[in-house]
Each structure stands twice: as C-alpha cells, then as structure tokens.
Design a protein around this ligand. Structure first.
Ligand code: THU
Length: 138
C-alpha cells in the first residue's frame, strides 16, 4: 500500500513541481519538466530536466530531484509528482523508474499537466518485479 498523503501536502507537491519546471534547461527538446519528491522526513525536494549539447547526457527532472534528496541524506521516497506544461500528463521514463525504485519501491507517482488530466499510480505498478538492493544481498 502506498503511504497516505494529505490533500494539503499533495497541493504543495504539485505547486512545487510546477514551479520547478520553470528552471528546466531544455534548449534542445524544448520540453520542460518539473518534479517534486516527498521524502520520509516529510521534506520536499524539487528538480527540473537539465539537457546538454551532448544530447545523451540529459538528466530528467525526476532524477535531478531524487539525487538532490539523496545527497541531502534522504533514504526514502513517499511520492513523486511530475509536472509538464502540456495537455496530457507525462510518465517517468524507464531510467527514472529504476532510480525511484531504489528509495521508493512503493512510492505514489502523480503526473499533472496544464489540463485537468492526471495520472495517479504507484512505482510498483510502473516497474513490476524490479531489480533492487535486495538482489545484491548474499
Ligand atoms: N524528461 C524528463 O525530465 N522526465 C520525464 O519523465 C520524461 C523526459 C526530459 C528529458 C529531456 O530533457 C526531455 O524531457 C525530452 O525527453
């Protein structure tokens, strides 16, 4: 079961993800993405996608936010909210699903956009039978 997140916290996360998209560095794709991550401590970390002239080095908004959280000492993720200024919500890519799994195998995933359309799911639904830290125990 994903952890319960109050409507007030949910609103804060959505607002933070929307604000984060404004810092997106995406001159090549012109596809702005913002992410907000709620951690076990209750703190929220944000991130945006950061692209590079060497295209393959782009970092997604979700991973920017998660690496910020992990580098600040966080070790669990309760919820990831993704915002794109589009008419349809955007789902996290495969690489980001794997990175979310490391700290939030059951995290709630919420995707919002500029229309009323939204997706609410959980990481284990998006990445079933994931490879994770447990596989390295011997
Ligand atoms: N992108 C994200 O930041 N998050 C996603 O969930 C999907 C894709 C970024 C990567 C790249 O900068 C741009 O969107 C186009 O792929």
């Amino acid at each position: 079961m994903p952890p319960k997140i109050t409507p007030a916290v949910r609103r804060r996360l959505e607002k933070a993800a929307r604000a984060a998209a404004k810092s997106s560095y995406s001159p090549y794709s012109k596809f702005r993405v913002g992410a907000a991550v709620l951690c076990g401590s209750g703190k929220i970390y944000t991130g945006a996608n950061v692209e590079n002239a060497s295209y393959g080095l782009a970092n997604c908004a979700e991973r920017t936010a998660i690496f910020q959280a992990a580098a600040s000492g966080e070790r669990s993720i309760r919820c990831v909210v993704i915002f794109t200024p589009t008419t349809a919500p955007t789902m996290p890519c495969g690489a980001c699903r794997q990175v979310i799994n490391e700290f939030g195998p059951q995290a709630a995933i919420v995707s919002v956009c500029d229309s009323a359309e939204r997706i609410e799911t959980t990481l284990d639904q998006l990445l079933p039978a994931a490879f994770g830290p447990q596989n390295l125990q011997r």
